[in-house]
Design a protein around this ligand. Structure first.
Ligand SMILES: CCCCC/C=C\C/C=C\C/C=C\C=C\C(=O)SCCNC(=O)CCNC(=O)[C@H](O)C(C)(C)COP(=O)(O)OP(=O)(O)OC[C@H]1O[C@@H](n2cnc3c(N)ncnc32)[C@H](O)[C@@H]1OP(=O)(O)O
Ligand SMILES: Cc1cc2nc3c(=O)[nH]c(=O)nc-3n(C[C@H](O)[C@H](O)[C@H](O)COP(=O)(O)OP(=O)(O)OC[C@H]3O[C@@H](n4cnc5c(N)ncnc54)[C@H](O)[C@@H]3O)c2cc1C
Length: 664
């Protein structure tokens, strides 16, 4: 029934103040106000309608993305929205497009790697969108291995120019978002060559298309790489290819904050670490962690509301059937994902702090925390995006058959989200970076250099290698120090086992290659420890609002104990817990599920998502699922006529067994 809240009973059961939880979820009252206002603005503007995009052709979808993007920019300008409001507008618009790459990578690359003069020149154009930029790093032949890129930028001292060239087919740029059809400029990563010497990969600002008629400049071949996974979804983005044929740019278009080429062609490397050329990726990986919590929260919101609406079995004497959310199996699959969404939110907040801190240090030429910032952004990007992709798919299954309908919102969410496991660094490749960092830290134990930050626990190696968990009863698993000790001991013991196995090889690189799978598992254990420890730090801090802290505590322990359950092999094989303690953890988990159950719908209401943003019939705020499923079905073009096109051509001849031209 229209106007009726079918989930009202669920909402009445909540034991905490949802409005207070909304502030915690958003990060602050101000952040909540901005999100709330902008999401409602987008939801009510017809230009941002998105329910029809699965049926659009690629060309229609692309044009629709241009329309929405330019309209969003007009609104940002006319209403003088702040940067924060502009970002929210793009998020709630919910359609990948060139704006993401222009603002998310092109502008940050110039800010991070351009000199002051370069910033003044290029940012004044980019900030007004008089030029549109993308981030062109990946090539057909190399994405993960950045040092393997083949595009060359050869300095020509006669003309004071760089000659950009794609020497092979595999050196074609391939994948950059916004490149295929929209961008006028790109930050291109290429091997810098001066006086015949290769100085490795550097960034260059390159104009690609005419600012008058948008045609590619002579010497440039450019286009879209074609359809990607799913309908609609990421196909709104013009991921592109690009080849240079001896294309010339002025010398001052090399991004020269980190290293320079003089008029004479002399290469001057600064004394900062060369890895700062990867700085834009580090910054985006950090934002991807918060985005993971957002994507997982969307899926969980849909699955939770629908699980409360959906009823199957359990009816006695013709009475009402059981809500599927009351099945323990449903809770065991759903509530850890709900807990993960909150966990990723808080670790994302912490990572933002860490990133701000390292940025300030870098500005003061303090590079000490750079390796840790790289390891944390890489590892947490990897861990949270993998868990979120799996989680969205699990939410689809939690919604049964209807989850497979496009209008559930889950297929498109999955299709848009899943490349996050690949872009900004393949998730396995990134965990191997964490593993290298851990092996280095372990090798320095006992050298007098105490591990700091997220590896500080390794400084207590003597204790953590010997200790036995003190858990004796199920409630002990609600003791933060007992939970932390189990995770620390598991992570440390896995890292030390890897280090010991590595030391058996004469050639360390060969050993590393042999042990890749174990190293990835050790890295994941370390990352899970970070997430658990940041969640615990959150619930131990000040939290306002009636009943809010209690709910967050429940979610925190669900997050930790479900990981313990899922990775029990690690915990048992490292003797971090005994089988009896593991079974006490399962007992405690069941009790926590019962405590979360009456609060589940309110906990997803706290995400404050509009029905427009959710884009899901199953996840509607009012729970009015069945009539709306019918409405959606009737909108399908196949239902435009009762007798379908093709009846006379195929169905009728078939059932009449009358095939005029067929030789049977
Ligand atoms: C609404 C707003 C939207 C905004 C956008 C938000 C989200 C994104 C949305 C959509 C996606 C859109 C765009 C996607 C873009 C892209 O995908 S861009 C391309 C991304 N490419 C990658 O991520 C490539 C991954 N590969 C690498 O990063 C490197 O090749 C790798 C780190 C794997 C190896 O590098 P290499 O130079 O070969 O290093 P070594 O393994 O030899 O290590 C040498 C030392 O350097 C340290 N190190 C490596 N990377 C960094 C770093 N970034 N920072 C600091 N330090 C680093 C490494 O740890 C080694 O240290 P030690 O010598 O061991 O001490
Ligand atoms: C939707 C999307 C948008 C993108 N946008 C951009 C963009 O805007 N700009 C841009 O420059 N790029 C972009 N990319 C490219 C992206 O960054 C790369 O695809 C990504 O870095 C992975 O590199 P790859 O494709 O070379 O994978 P590969 O490295 O070829 O990975 C293939 C397999 O090999 C494994 N593997 C590779 N190396 C190792 C190793 N050392 N040890 C163990 N296993 C290994 C991987 O785990 C994976 O299973 C985008 C990609 C996608 C999908």
């Amino acid at each position: 029934m229209e106007g009726v809240d079918h989930l009202a009973d669920e909402r009445n059961k909540a034991e905490f103040n949802v409005d207070d939880m909304k502030i915690i979820w958003a990060g602050s009252r101000h952040a909540f106000d901005v999100s709330n206002r902008i999401s409602r603005f987008v939801a009510t503007d017809p230009v941002f309608e998105k329910s029809n995009r699965a049926l659009m052709t690629r060309k229609e979808l692309f044009k629709n993305t241009l329309k929405k993007s330019v309209y969003a920019w007009k609104i940002i300008k006319e209403l003088r929205l702040s940067d924060e409001e502009g970002i929210k507008l793009r998020i709630f618009m919910d359609q990948p497009g060139f704006l993401d790459l222009h603002w998310g990578m092109f502008v940050p690359a110039i800010k991070g790697q351009g000199t002051e003069e370069q910033q003044q020149k290029w940012l004044s154009l980019a900030n007004k969108m008089q030029i549109i930029g993308c981030y062109a790093q990946t090539e057909l032949g190399h994405g993960s291995n950045v040092q393997g890129l083949e595009t060359t930028a050869t300095f020509d001292p006669k003309t004071d120019q760089f000659i950009m060239h794609s020497p092979t087919q595999t050196s074609s740029k391939w994948w950059p978002g916004g490149l295929g059809k929209v961008s006028t400029h790109a930050v291109v990563y290429a091997r810098l060559i001066t006086n015949g010497k290769d100085h490795g990969v550097h960034g260059f600002i390159v104009q690609l298309r005419s600012l008058d008629d948008h045609s590619p400049l002579p010497g440039i071949t450019i286009g879209d790489i074609g359809m990607k996974f799913g309908n609609g979804a990421y196909n709104s983005m013009d991921n592109g290819f690009l080849m240079f044929n001896q294309f010339r740019i002025p010398r001052d278009q090399m991004l020269m904050r980190l290293s320079k080429v003089t008029r004479e062609g002399k290469y001057i490397a600064s004394d900062v670490p060369r890895q700062l050329v990867y700085g834009t990726m580090v910054s985006v990986r950090q934002t991807i962690v918060s985005k993971a919590s957002d994507a997982l929260a969307r899926a969980v919101c849909i699955a939770t509301r629908y699980s409360a609406v959906r009823r199957q079995f359990g009816s006695e004497n013709g009475g009402i059937e059981t809500q599927v959310i009351d099945y323990k199996t449903q809770q065991n699959r759903l509530f850890p994902l709900l807990a993960s969404a909150y966990a990723f939110r808080f670790v994302g907040e912490w990572l933002k702090w860490l990133y701000t801190d390292v940025t300030q240090r870098l500005e003061a030429s303090d590079f000490v925390t750079l390796p840790e910032a790289h390891a944390c952004t890489a590892g947490l990007k990897s861990m949270t995006t993998s868990a979120t992709s799996d989680g969205i798919e699990e939410c689809r299954k939690l919604c049964g058959g209807h989850g497979y309908l496009w209008c559930s919102g889950l297929p498109e969410l999955f299709a848009v989200y899943v490349p996050a496991c690949t872009y900004e660094g393949d998730n396995v490749v990134l965990q191997l970076q964490v593993a290298r960092f851990l092996m280095k830290t372990v090798s320095q134990l006992g050298s007098g250099k105490a591990p700091a930050g997220t590896t500080a626990y390794m400084g207590r190696a003597q204790h953590l290698l010997q200790c036995r968990s003190g858990v004796q009863k199920a409630e002990d698993w609600l003791n933060p120090s007992m939970v932390l000790e189990a995770f620390e001991s598991r992570a440390l013991r896995m890292a030390i086992t890897c280090a010991k196995n590595l030391s058996k090889f004469e050639n360390q690189e060969q050993g590393f290659s042999e042990l890749l799978a174990d190293l990835v598992e050790a890295a994941i254990a370390h990352c899970q420890l970070i997430v658990v420890s940041k969640f615990i730090a959150k619930i131990e801090g000040e939290i306002e609002g009636k009943g809010v802290k209690k709910q967050l505590k429940n979610l925190c322990y669900i997050y930790a104990l479900h990981l313990l359950h899922k990775h029990l092999g690690d915990f048992l094989s490292t003797n971090s817990v005994t089988p009896e303690q593991a079974s006490l953890a399962s007992h405690q988990l069941r009790s926590l599920y019962s405590q979360v159950r009456p609060n589940a719908v309110a906990l997803v209401d706290a995400f404050d998502y509009t029905d427009h943003y959710l884009g899901s019939v199953l996840g509607r705020y009012d729970g009015n699922v069945y009539p709306k499923l019918f409405e959606e079905a009737l909108k399908d073009p196949l239902n435009d006529s009762v007798v379908p096109d093709g009846y006379h051509e195929y169905i009728r001849p078939l059932i009449k067994q009358n095939f005029p031209s067929a030789k049977l």
